[in-house]
Write a protein that binds this ligand. Structure first.
Ligand SMILES: [Ca+2]
Ligand SMILES: [Ca+2]
Length: 207
């Protein structure tokens, strides 16, 4: 439609018979109208505009450098690993040993008045015993003093599949608060379970 609005070479009288400035302004006006119609009517353009208004609040979402993450383990080992990764080279590898008591956390200042405030992350579970109910993983929100706000999500050895899966959780209940997002894992004394986490994003959109 827009192309039909633009003058063709055949329709254009010789340039010398037209004032130069009005022609240029006329073409610009038609191009601007076409661009506006394109932006309004093309779904893909609208989605790009929405994505641009989101901000990921997690500094190192892909768990490559560990920047912004705090780590506590029973055995003094790091939780950053290149054994398995959903994207990039690294991820967090919780448990994977007997008697594990691991914590991976990051502090977040969750803004107010966002159209959406969503946590998303990828996880994968491997286990030597899919019926081991003592090997557990949880995603939690705690306040600045470490007091539990909410247990958002849990996994156990029964979810072992060696496949990366994504979970998305609404965090609007914690808008306008300073919190810590944390991933915790515990195992018992036998039959190891691995809990991998990667691509942790907290996207604040439309604020
Ligand atoms: Ca990664
Ligand atoms: Ca176990």
């Amino acid at each position: 439609m827009c192309y039909s609005m633009l003058p063709t070479k055949a329709e254009d009288p010789p340039f010398i018979n037209k004032p130069a400035i009005p022609i240029m302004y006329g073409h610009r006006w038609r191009k601007a109208l076409c661009l506006a119609l394109f932006m309004l009517l093309t779904p893909g353009v609208t989605r790009v505009a929405q994505a641009d208004s989101c901000m990921d609040l997690v500094a190192d979402s892909s768990l490559e450098s560990g920047y912004g993450w705090s780590i506590k383990t029973h055995g003094g080992y790091t939780l950053l690993s290149t054994v398995q990764a959903h994207t990039g080279a690294g991820s967090a590898y919780l448990a994977g040993v007997d008697n594990a008591n691991d914590l991976l956390g990051t502090k977040l200042a969750l803004p107010a008045d966002q159209a959406s405030l969503l946590l998303s992350f990828w996880w994968k579970v491997n286990s030597e015993d899919r019926s081991d109910v003592n090997d557990k993983f949880a995603v939690q929100i705690v306040d600045g003093a470490g007091k539990m706000h909410k247990n958002l999500f849990t996994l156990g050895s029964e979810r072992a599949s060696n496949q990366w899966q994504q979970t998305t959780i609404d965090l609007q209940d914690f808008a306008n608060q300073q919190v810590q997002l944390q991933f915790v894992a515990k195992t018992d004394e036998a039959l190891v379970t691995d809990f991998f986490v990667d691509d942790v994003e907290v996207n604040a959109c439309g604020g």
